[in-house]
Design a protein around this ligand. Structure first.
Ligand SMILES: Nc1ncnc2c1ncn2[C@@H]1O[C@H](COP(=O)(O)OP(=O)(O)OP(=O)(O)O)[C@@H](O)[C@H]1O
Ligand code: SF4
Length: 265
């Protein structure tokens, strides 16, 4: 099913709530703006937030003869989304599964979704290095994976967690495409002054230690926070915010550095 997918990128973070799902959606929107066909696969089985962020809650997935058909927001064929959230009755329904059942579901997600032709598939994972990660890494490695993006915040604890994630990638044989530091300072909407609420440059330090590229710093922007599923909507709020050019420059770095499938075979 991943035959028609040119590039697969896994988004990881060692710690929860650092903005991994937000960054995954924003990167997907910027890659789409660059003219690519993009898919997002949300394998955060216990906290699937992609449908919520993209205002797709309540959408259901159906099967065709080739497999599960992803959801295409506003019937835009350039963005395909698959999440366990589409299988849950309500956002409040917990997924209380043990490891083997989770692994089976992830394998099914990787094997049975009919993505068609995609330029980029972004896989949003849960925080940490759990069973889900091992299953994704094992299965992805057999197909083709460009590598992983590590998302962190500037604080020392988050950076320490991502350092473990970097070690995990090395052990799993997945290259690290780079580090994104999210919530990197707060830009005041009134005077545009940037205040570093947390300590500075943790992501840069991590990238230096892990000897991987630093992809960029993304400040906290109140214009996008809390817009998930709201009346303005996360997508519109992001596209008109100051974060769009920042993430766009990161997606341009990725498209310049990503090897093509034929290069790596
Ligand atoms: N740069 C930012 N500016 C403002 N708000 C942000 C930013 N990044 C993330 N957020 C907000 O932080 C919250 C957590 O983000 P998100 O759900 O993407 O984190 P996560 O790392 O995917 O979490 P989880 O551990 O549950 O998977 C969301 O409400 C999101 O809107
Ligand atoms: S950064 Fe400046 S404008 Fe913004 S809240 Fe502080 S003092 Fe006011």
């Amino acid at each position: 099913m991943l035959e028609g997918v040119k590039h697969v990128i896994v988004i990881l973070s060692g710690k929860g709530g650092v903005g991994k799902s937000t960054i995954s959606c924003q990167l997907a929107l910027c890659l789409k703006a660059q003219g690519f066909k993009v898919g997002i696969l949300d394998v955060d089985l216990c906290g699937p937030s992609i449908p919520y962020l993209l205002g797709l809650e309540g959408q259901s997935i159906h099967q065709c003869s080739q497999g599960w058909v992803p959801v295409y927001p506003n019937e835009d064929q350039n963005l395909a989304v698959m999440s366990i959230g589409f299988l849950l009755q309500s956002r409040d329904d917990p997924v209380v599964w043990r490891g083997p059942k989770k692994n089976a579901m992830i394998k099914q997600f990787l094997a049975d979704v009919f993505w068609g032709d995609l330029d980029y598939l972004l896989i949003d994972t849960p925080p940490g290095t759990s069973d889900e990660h091992i299953t994704v890494m094992e299965n992805i490695r057999q197909v083709h994976c460009d590598g992983a993006i590590l998302v962190t915040t500037p604080q020392a604890v988050a950076v320490g967690d991502v350092r473990r994630e970097a070690t995990f990638c090395k052990k799993a044989g997945i290259p690290i495409l780079g580090v994104i530091e999210n919530m990197s300072g707060f830009t005041c909407p009134h005077c545009k002054e940037c205040t570093n609420i947390f300590s500075m440059d943790g992501g840069k330090q991590l990238a230096k230690i892990a000897q991987v590229p630093f992809l960029g710093s993304v400040p906290i922007n109140p214009e996008i926070s809390g817009k998930e599923g709201g009346s303005i909507g996360f997508v519109d709020a992001f596209q008109s915010s100051s974060l769009f050019p920042i993430i766009h420059s990161i997606s341009c770095k990725l498209t310049q550095s990503a090897p093509s499938k034929s290069d790596t075979v």
